[in-house]
Design a protein around this ligand. Structure first.
Ligand code: GTP
Ligand code: MG
Length: 205
């Protein structure tokens, strides 16, 4: 997909404040610091579209971007950030789950996991929650530049085995590096294909 335009629309603290849901929406989610904002910038080929920092928990709002005047790309706050109080963490979780359950134009969630780590229960639980809630998602491995090809293959297989404990089929997955700008084109192809199907079926939100 050719990115002709990308426009920051707004930051919202809850789904009720989010922009009108007239376009299909694709949201990036995952643990704090996993690389959501970096990957959004890499895919959109913009340096500072989504804010990046060394400090986890940077994105605490829901950020909407409108791409090619036809679909939303959304940067959601990271879940499971340990260094905030338990009550704040709970309120973030509520914000995120409410958003996902109520956002009627949400077409797909991209659940990001750092390829260097073994499957973490918080991510597995989140994906199970998506599945139980009927929320379509795809798995996105980030920071692949940090591992050698053999190690990448190894991690993907470990994940696959873990995922197959819960599902008969592993979800669609992408291997990416924001640093090397790799893997984003396949995500964009997937979005383009999905948008085409929605259009052909005249889906309205
Ligand atoms: P929060 O907004 O806090 O939830 O974080 P985030 O998931 O948006 O992560 P962010 O994009 O801010 O990146 C976190 C850190 O990881 C930054 O220091 C990035 O430079 C680094 N990072 C992100 N993507 C990559 C990648 O593909 N490769 C490498 N080597 N580093 C990355
Ligand atoms: Mg971020």
């Amino acid at each position: 997909m050719l990115i002709k335009s990308v426009e920051f629309i707004k930051s919202s603290s809850k789904w009720q404040e989010s922009p009108d849901p007239q376009f299909p929406e694709y949201a990036f989610i995952g643990r704090s610091n996993v690389g959501k904002s970096s990957l959004i910038n890499a895919i959109m080929n913009r340096k500072n579209l989504a804010k990046i920092s060394q400090t986890p928990g940077k994105t605490q709002l829901i950020n909407h971007f409108l791409v090619n005047e036809s679909w939303y790309l959304t940067d959601l706050p990271g879940y499971g950030y340990a260094k905030v109080s338990k009550s704040l963490r709970k309120s973030f979780e509520k914000l995120i789950t409410n958003y996902i359950l109520n956002r009627k134009n949400l077409v797909n969630l991209f659940v990001l996991v750092d390829i260097r780590h073994s499957p973490q229960s918080i991510d597995m639980e989140f994906m199970q929650w998506c599945s139980e809630s009927g929320i379509p998602f795809a798995l996105v491995f980030t920071k692949s530049d940090k591992l050698k090809p053999k190690a990448i293959e190894n991690k993907i297989n470990i994940y696959r085995e873990e995922l197959l404990n819960f599902w008969e089929e592993a979800p669609l997955s992408f291997v990416t590096s924001a640093e090397k700008k790799e893997g984003g084109d396949l995500i964009l192809d997937f979005i383009e294909e999905t948008n085409k199907i929605l259009k052909e079926n005249k889906v309205q939100f």
